[in-house]
Design a protein. Structure first.
Length: 222
């Protein structure tokens, strides 16, 4: 299983042109008819940071020079993290057409989600740079740690994606978890996360527990 994941990861990293192109095109398609383009995200994030920062900063007596940069970094980074995890959980569903029609490494669709959110992060991070330029930076000691911290941050978001943990299952052409021919059970391949078990014990466990499950109930098992 881990051999399949490592091999798929190598092939996905080698296909970096594909998932970067797919991620960038998806961002462009969302704002294809807008003159501002992806900077609509920056505008909406800036309005939210400004409104929340002014209201809560005034209520709690915070200094705007300290509170607004802190709030902007917090909201921008958390939005990136939550969007990566949420969109990554349905990455294979949204990319089902590509998966069925082309023999490509399956982890490229996870990397596509990560790259798309990094592009959005770059647009939103303009707000942080503007606020830091306006209010100034008191300490540059932590600046060299930004890039390593961002890499760990995004790796943590990737690890929390359910499709990442099931990549070895989806990359198989034949799964032992599928229903045998002639049965009325719905195929549970790619639906039951049993990566902590080996293939055969997991397959036997699923077959035993789903034998008495009728088709309408079997189709809703995730």
């Amino acid at each position: 299983m881990f051999t399949l994941i490592i091999e798929d990861l190598k092939q996905s990293l080698a296909s970096w042109r594909l998932w970067t192109l797919l991620g960038w095109l998806e961002v462009r398609q969302r704002y294809a008819r807008s003159r501002v383009g992806p900077f609509w995200l920056t505008i909406s994030m800036g309005v939210m940071i400004g409104s929340i920062g002014v209201v809560y900063g005034t209520l709690f007596g915070q200094q705007m020079s300290d509170y607004l940069p802190f709030l902007s970094i917090s909201l921008v980074m958390w939005t990136t993290f939550s969007s990566t995890v949420l969109e990554g959980s349905i990455a294979y569903i949204n990319s089902g057409t590509y998966i069925r029609q082309a023999a490509t490494p399956k982890l490229i669709y996870i990397l596509q989600v990560v790259w798309r959110n990094l592009v959005i992060l770059a647009h939103n991070f303009v707000i942080v740079i503007v606020l830091l330029a306006v209010f100034g930076i008191k300490n540059w000691a932590a600046l060299p740690l930004f890039i390593p911290a961002l890499v760990l941050y995004m790796l943590n978001a990737m690890w929390m994606m359910p499709p990442w943990r099931n990549a070895a299952v989806i990359s198989r052409h034949h799964s032992p978890w599928s229903s045998p021919p002639g049965t009325n059970r719905a195929p549970l391949s790619n639906r039951v996360p049993c990566t902590w078990l080996s293939d055969e014990p997991c397959a036997r466990l699923i077959r035993k527990t789903t034998t008495l499950i009728p088709l309408p109930w079997a189709t809703v098992i995730r």
